[in-house]
Design a protein around this ligand. Structure first.
Ligand code: GLN
Length: 545
């Protein structure tokens, strides 16, 4: 293994329980380093055997984050992009499934020259090469942050942890740092914060040869100096490297609370980081401070109805939820999201609460469950002239609704929901019809879209061509376009190569936009997506603010 010269490697593991927010903590550390003018990239190692999360249910995995190059990846990559503003690619997420697949393919090819293929060194070498590959991607990075999914103690993450142990030896102790995120629970009966789970988790790490350099302790409240000293003593870490990761009202505050406690300075010192330009003179977190101030003190509130299927599990729509935080800041507004289960709408009609909404989104989705409810909601939204944003399935439902109720095509449907529909206004393209394999076969990744001058979309984007990310099989059927257009549907974005509809709007409506792609995947904390921004602005106007 030849590590990149000068590149530093941060490894982040998690202990005690899952769902401590390791992805956000990793991304926040990325922000601290970026604020020092360093070039930072990130990698997520996932212990499961699926090749990618593309085939997993949203209930099991949450959102699938799609990269420009069409990889279906872990939702933590969304946090990375939103925080450090670096476009991720398929290189930035590796699963056990991918690692074994590569090794087994090489074995079948005879690449191991008669050797017995083993976890050590073949699997661990493959993991190392994935880490190094990320460091080299797009020129050499100053820092690679690698987040190991799962919890220390899980059988399935062992090869990743063993790799980290070896990596530190080979890349040099001065070039690597191990950060462990744990939980310090409050036990009500004792009225105390308890450090034992952290001690045990670090013990487990040390058993396999990894000594954490820094501990990030999730805690409800404040971690006193005494407790930090105690944790430090038992875990062999200086007290100043025991960082309080307290609960905060906005995840965008996390870089600031880490910086406040000196985490950035500790990393600089331990990794002997030379500050790059332009942050060389000072640590530039001004924009983050302004962002957090705006999130905490918005002038307005606006109510948005969110029509989806997985309303019980907001992680399924992670990027959309975050895009609204960003768009809210741009409009000095708190965007209150009200989730509407459209299956219920099918049984009991449009909910009473719809009357107090100022805008409506129809979320992406798969399968026919809840679709008729969505169509009902879209009709109400269109007729009330309430701002509308339809994303992927949301656009498809909007086209069906328009075809049925405005163009006089009552049988209009998508072949996804009714294969025999006489009026397939949404249909699969030739390239999708004969696909038998499920994984990685949708229209995936960034495609160009030409935006029509004078449209709402163009007002938002302020440019003629945009690149947006896709994840779907069905498309607007161009055969029905003349009829749709004749009745007032505007095609305001088209793929220049395939002529497929990428954006539609309604002429006779203040702000009604459907997009075949996923704009939420390109919204960043400091750079809101223009369509979300303008949609929120339209909703504020609808609310009379
Ligand atoms: N089910 C639709 C399709 O595959 C929409 C997908 C989505 O919303 N991401 O085309």
């Amino acid at each position: 293994m030849t590590p990149c010269k000068n590149t530093k490697y941060l490894f982040i593991t998690g202990g005690v329980v899952s769902a401590l927010g390791k992805g956000v903590a990793s991304a926040a550390i990325g922000v601290l380093l970026k604020a020092r003018g360093l070039k930072v990239t990130m990698l997520k190692l996932d212990p499961y055997i699926n090749i990618d999360p593309g085939t997993m249910s949203p209930y099991q995995h949450g959102e699938v984050f799609v990269t420009n190059d069409g990889a279906e990846t872990d939702l933590d990559l969304g946090h990375y992009e939103r925080f450090i503003e670096v476009d991720m690619s398929r290189k930035n997420n590796a699963t056990t499934g991918q690692i074994y697949y590569t090794v087994i393919t090489k074995e079948r090819h005879g690449d191991y020259l008669g050797n017995t293929v083993q976890v050590i060194p073949h699997i661990t070498d493959e993991i190392k090469s994935r880490i190094l590959d990320v460091a080299r991607d797009n020129g050499v990075y100053d820092v690679v942050i690698t987040e190991v999914g799962g919890t220390v103690g899980d059988i399935e993450s062992l090869p990743f942890l063993e790799t980290i142990r070896q990596f530190r030896l080979e890349a040099g102790v001065e070039n690597c740092i191990n950060i462990h995120l744990t939980l310090v629970p409050y036990i009500g009966a004792a009225g105390e914060l308890k450090t034992k789970p952290t001690q045990h988790s670090v013990m487990k790490l040390r058993e396999i040869g990894i000594q954490p350099d820094i501990l990030l302790c999730r805690v409800d409240g404040h971690l006193s100096l005494d407790l930090r000293k105690k944790i430090g003593l038992f875990c062999n870490v200086p007290a100043e490297c025991v960082i309080e990761a307290r609960d905060v009202s906005s995840i965008y505050e996390i870089p600031l609370i880490f910086e406040e406690q000196g985490l950035g300075a500790i990393l600089e010192q331990r990794l002997q980081l030379q500050r790059g330009e332009p942050g060389a003179r000072r640590v530039d977190l001004d924009a983050w401070r302004q962002l957090v101030d705006k999130i905490k003190g918005p002038r307005h509130t606006v109510n948005i109805a969110m029509c989806g299927k997985y309303v019980g599990l907001k992680d399924s729509y992670k990027s959309i939820v975050e895009a609204f935080v960003h768009a809210g800041v741009a409009n000095d507004a708190h965007v209150e999201l009200h989730w509407i289960d459209t299956e219920k709408v099918e049984q009991s009609g449009i909910p009473e609460s719809f009357n107090s909404m100022h805008g409506m989104v129809v979320c992406p989705g798969f399968g026919s469950r809840g679709v008729e409810g969505k169509i009902k909601m879209i009709q109400a939204c269109r007729e009330r002239k309430m701002p509308f944003l339809g994303i992927c399935l949301g656009l498809q439902c909007a086209v069906i609704e328009f075809a049925r109720h405005v163009c006089g095509l009552p049988g209009a449907n998508s072949t996804e929901f009714d294969e025999q529909t006489p009026t397939p206004v949404i249909d699969r393209m030739e390239t999708q019809v004969n696909i038998k394999q499920m994984g990685g076969t949708m229209r995936l990744g960034a495609y160009r879209c030409e935006v029509k001058p004078g449209s709402r979309a163009q007002q938002a984007y302020q440019t003629g061509t945009v690149l947006e990310r896709h994840r779907h099989r069905w498309e607007v059927n161009n055969r029905y376009l003349p009829q749709l257009i004749e009745h007032g549907l505007q095609v305001s974005g088209v793929n220049p190569e395939t002529k497929l509809v990428e954006i539609m709007e309604l002429a006779d409506h203040p702000w009604f936009v459907g997009v075949q792609f996923h704009p939420e995947l390109r919204s960043r904390a400091l750079h809101p997506h223009p369509l979300f921004r303008d949609f929120v602005a339209a909703a504020l106007q609808f609310a009379g603010k």
